[in-house]
Design a protein around this ligand. Sequence first.
Ligand code: ZN
Length: 344
Amino acid sequence: MNWNYYGNEAAVAMLRSHIAQGAVRQAYLFSGPSGIGRRTLALRFAQAMNCLNPPQAGGFCGKCRSCQLIGTMRHPDLAVVAAEQRGGVLRVEQIRELQHQLSLAPYEANYRIALILRSEEANLNAQNALLKTLEEPPPKVILFLTAADSESLLPTIVSRCEVLRLRPMAVNSLIQLICEIEEIERPLAAQVARLAAGRPGIALRLLQNPEERRKYLKIIEEHLTLLASSYLERFALAERLAKDSSKAELIFQLEHWLALWRDVLLVSYRAQEHLTYCEFSEQIAQIAEQVDNEDSRQVLKHLRRTLEILQSNVNLRLAFEVLFLNLPYVRFPPSRTQIPLERA
Ligand SMILES: [Zn+2]
């Protein structure tokens, strides 16, 4: 009865009750880290709102025309707006185009639904335009916004939305859940739950996709190599990254490097059992031995700062050069930056 949605039960219960009581609000903001299931939950909500054969109040069948089209984001009354790519800019023209669509009556559903993904990527003009729609919404229109956190949006936008803060599951509960819904060994469930940092959708995807799991571990392997590299090699890598990687890929890498450095601090606080990357526990211990806590915290700060400035129109190569200059040098015993990619 949980919309086939894992975790964040309170949020699902609240949305179900809004439908069951006929008290659906004008706008909802689904906030939380990327991959947590913000868009999925918004779409489930839209399905429940428009299902042609709801099995119970606040539920949806998943099979009718409306459920199918919304689930695949092809429903004529569902408008989806987002920056062209992750880390890009959502422009005011896109919001204007959306406003035009919303001014028309729904084709077949009860409501027109606008889904604005990663709304923190909307520039100030776009946010102001969006605010106008929130202040004077056309009839039969419901807005769904997703965002990493509500702080990156105009407070006047946030205050007009029902805010749902989605959180990752505790890793142990997620391991339990994965073992229940998939028949797999606990070590593998534990690996994907940790790599996904408690985000169920990502964990299930990683489970089905060993290639993607390897990609996660490869990113860490490369970072370890980087820490053991000279400045010359680091600059060469900065140039290569800026040239060959998309912004989305760079953001993805930085997020994993952040997780690795959090692991370094965990080891220094003797909290090894919570490591995200226990495949690399030896190397992480090496780093913790050679880099003191204050410097590790500085690295986390530089990584976060680089993530932030990636959102703006920066010189990528320069941003990575600065970051790499600020990473400590770590010496690993020979061949210790390589690890077996599959756990037994
Ligand atoms: Zn349905």
